[in-house]
Design a protein around this ligand. Structure first.
Ligand code: 3HC
Ligand code: NAI
Length: 707
């Protein structure tokens, strides 16, 4: 038996414990160890039943995701050991009871369904989250789950990937019993009842599928289609679940074919990159686990505008009391009214109870002064964007906060080091760049100043997790990582409409690519006044003769600031969010093109995508070379969680790898010849392309160097 699985006894019951921390994944050795333990128990006449339980904090979180790359690269075949274990489990002549705590996910739930009974702690959760990795359950999940709970419910769970609470799982028939108190003792008691009743194993695969409900199935299909635009796996999961109507072995065969299709898809590789990437970004080169973190018990936010309100909600949602300071009663009341409206909408959508809302509301403490700021472990400044005002606020904060308090700025463009000069404790100053709406968007760009202390960085990274954000550490430069890369993306979108594409063609090409919104819809949402102001602020740095977008000024001068004024690149009639193409805008664009001597032409969808995404990738390469982002994966996570980049493409740098850096580099060189120096390729991109390498190779080298 492997060291990963232990067999012990409680009288006539064999207890098989899996010990593969942290999550008891089914890594090499685990299925083999379970199989050996079962065989030992089967041979021993004194064993009447078995319990399968996880050691540590959880049951089994599924197959070992790290193994999938070995399969797709041809190093290893698909799940041999698992496929040998499952018939052994299910066909065992002695009853086996899965005892679940923590989570039973993917291959973990599939293992549990091969057992003859399932009991669980009330806090446990189960699920088939494979679709989040671009996969479907591949070890019988799509065939056994329908036999327990029916086709429609199984399709919902397999295609949606959401976890199910133990109470719900017991209600719908995945679990046989919930256990109060000690799980193992409860499972032993359950096993003894099974033995007392004759100990006959009950095979899931032998069960008839509960009656089919076509209406419920079509509702599931509709919901899945709506939620999973561009995704392959959810559709395949439904197809596999429907194959459960076939004889069991045939259904399994169909599941295996669909699983392999998904596993070898680019989508799955990208989503697995995202799974590990999301965890990788929290590991900061040079800042180890040993760096102590400051406790964050009370927070304060300065400015109750769009961002300050959302940031205060994020703290309250995490159960952290937060002071919210404004300059005057009217602004404070306006901010609070917005907060209240936001919470009420969440309650109305059924995502929060009224009682939860009241609890969170209580945690937000409005104020017009700094009286209680000594209580704050962290202050997040979210006043208007302007260096003088920011410095003034930080100078005030220095006086009213404790010396160990973290002083964070939510600035989206300003120099964190310059802001830090307003205090005598620059080591406590850091950027916490939330994205709008701050209570919803998961990205938190954490901007390290040149003097920010490792402890403040480590605390910020941990805090991001507490706030349920993905914290990504970046260096200090104009626009940091996300907005700096977004500049050339937006610029090229505007050039494309000047050259012949329409606003809606550009947006549609990017939405087809998978972006949540096209560049012009994003601009209208963020506010064209903001874009105009940022462009004019940095105008003096732009070399003479550089091509400038022609139409933004026209829209700005006409007061078309986007959704907030009912018109921008599109029209939004009667305050709606529905973007209507505007012939006036098309006319202004054509006039400007004509005046500038641009000959308009048809532009293909492919060119549109290349023209807007490649400068973004090129800027990303410059950012990497400068060390503003530590790894390509950090940039990928920023784009996924802050800019609506499709997860199934892995992020811009991963996407560039999949296109091939040589191809990206060549196109950038061509665009440089056609459109000028703005397109000059990043030296790092050139180097990688010429050496046949990828950004992910660079990440691998960097992480090896770190270790
Ligand atoms: N395989 C390999 N490593 C895994 C893993 C898995 N299935 N699940 C988690 N890990 C690793 C994480 O990468 C992380 O590693 P790190 O510490 O080096 O960064 C560590 O375990 C802890 O994970 P988390 O930080 O995510 O811990 P949490 O406590 O926040 O969450 C969890 C635990 C809910 C289990 C979460 O890790 C999770 O959702 N895991 C993935 C579950 C999943 O997708 N299972 C299906 C796998 S595919 C499958 O089973 C196919 C089958 O049908 C054949
Ligand atoms: P906003 O204009 O909605 O709110 C700013 C608030 O700060 C106003 O309510 C104002 O009364 C208040 N304020 C000004 N001086 C103050 C002081 N001394 N004390 C207390 N309150 C004061 O601005 P918004 O959009 O919330 O932006 C705030 C910051 O967040 C800016 O630095 C901006 O660049 C940044 N940011 C904005 C994003 C956005 O999408 N709006 C996204 C990310 C960052």
């Amino acid at each position: 038996m492997s060291g990963l699985v232990h067999l012990t006894r409680d009288g006539d019951i064999g207890i098989i414990t899996i010990n593969n921390p942290p999550v008891n994944a089914l890594s090499i050795g685990v299925p083999e160890g379970m199989a050996a333990a079962i065989q030992t128990c089967c041979k021993d006449p004194s064993v009447k039943a078995m319990i399968l339980i996880g050691g540590g904090t959880t049951f089994i979180a599924g197959a070992d995701i790290k193994e999938f790359e070995k399969i797709t690269s041809g190093e290893k075949p698909i799940g041999n050991a698992l496929f040998q274990l499952f018939p052994l489990l299910e066909n065992c002549s002695k009853p086996i009871i899965a005892a679940i705590h923590g989570t039973a996910l993917g291959g973990g739930l599939e293992t549990a369904m091969c057992c003859h009974y399932r009991v669980a702690a009330a806090s446990a959760r189960v699920g088939q989250p494979e679709v989040k990795l671009g996969l479907i359950p591949g070890a019988g999940g799509t065939q056994r789950l329908p036999r327990l709970i029916g086709l429609a419910k199984a399709a919902e769970i397999c295609a949606g990937g959401e976890l199910v609470s133990a109470a719900e799982a017991a209600r719908i028939g995945i679990l046989d019993q919930l256990i109060d108190g000690d799980l193992l003792q409860g499972a032993i008691a359950f096993a003894r009842q099974v033995i007392a009743k004759g100990g006959v194993p009950c095979k899931t695969s032998d069960r008839p599928i509960p009656p089919y409900d076509p209406q419920a199935m079509s509702a599931v299909k509709h919901a899945v289609a709506k939620r999973s635009r561009g995704l392959l796996a959810p559709q395949k999961a439904i197809e596999a679940v429907e194959a459960a109507s076939l004889p069991f072995e045939e259904g399994l065969q169909r599941e295996a074919e669909l699983f392999a299709e998904c596993l070898f898809s680019e989508q799955s590789k990208a989503l697995i990159h995202v799974f590990f990437g999301e965890r990788e970004v929290s590991k900061i080169p040079g800042i180890g686990q040993e760096v102590s973190k400051l406790p964050i018990r009370v927070a304060a936010v300065v400015g109750a505008g769009t961002m300050g309100g959302g940031i205060a909600m994020s703290y309250a949602n995490a159960g952290i009391p937060v002071l919210l300071k404004e300059t005057g009663q009217e602004a404070l009341e306006r901010g609070l009214a917005n907060l209240r409206k936001n919470y009420a909408a969440t309650v109305q959508k059924g995502r929060m109870t009224q009682a939860e809302m009241e609890q969170r509301w209580e945690l937000i403490q409005p104020t017009l002064n700094y009286d209680r700021f000594t209580e704050a472990d962290i202050v997040v400044e979210a006043v208007f964007e302007g260096m003088e005002l920011k410095k003034q606020v930080f100078a005030e904060l220095e006086k009213v906060t404790r010396p160990d308090a973290i002083l964070a700025s939510n600035t989206s463009t300003l120099d964190i080091d310059a802001i830090a000069t307003a205090t005598s404790r620059p080591q406590q100053v850091i950027g916490h760049h939330f994205f709008s709406p701050a209570n919803v968007m998961r990205l938190l760009e954490i901007v390290r100043g040149k003097e920010t202390s490792p402890q403040v960085i480590a605390t910020s990274m941990a805090l991001a997790k507490t706030l349920k954000k993905v914290g990504v550490l970046v260096g200090n430069c104009h626009g940091f990582v996300g907005n700096r890369m977004f500049g050339p993306y937006q610029r090229e979108a505007q050039f494309l409409v000047e050259e012949g594409a329409s606003v809606q063609e550009v947006d549609a090409a990017l939405v087809d690519f998978g972006m949540a919104l096209g560049p012009f819809s994003v601009a209208d949402l963020a506010g064209l006044d903001v874009a105009w102001r940022i462009r004019h602020e940095v105008q003096h740095q732009v070399p003479q003769g550089t091509r400038q977008p022609l139409v933004l000024d026209t829209l700005y001068e006409r007061g078309r600031y986007g959704q907030k004024t009912g018109a921008g690149w599109y029209r939004y009639p009667d305050g709606s969010r529905m973007a209507i193409p505007d012939p006036d805008v098309q006319q202004w664009i054509e006039e400007k093109s004509h005046q500038s001597g641009i000959v308009r032409r048809d532009i293909s969808k492919e060119e549109i995508v290349e023209r807007v995404l490649y400068p973004l990738i090129n800027e990303g390469a410059k950012i990497l070379a400068e060390g503003i982002a530590a790894r390509a994966v950090d940039i990928d996570m920023i784009y996924l969680y802050g800019y609506g980049f499709p997860a199934y493409r892995g992020g811009p740098m991963w996407y560039a790898d999949t296109v091939g850096l040589h191809r990206v580099y060549e196109r950038i060189c061509q665009f440089e010849q056609q459109h000028g120096a703005e397109w000059s390729p990043a030296p790092l991109l050139k180097k990688l392309a010429e050496s046949g390498k990828k950004f992910s190779d660079l990440d691998r080298d960097r992480s090896i160097n770190r270790d």
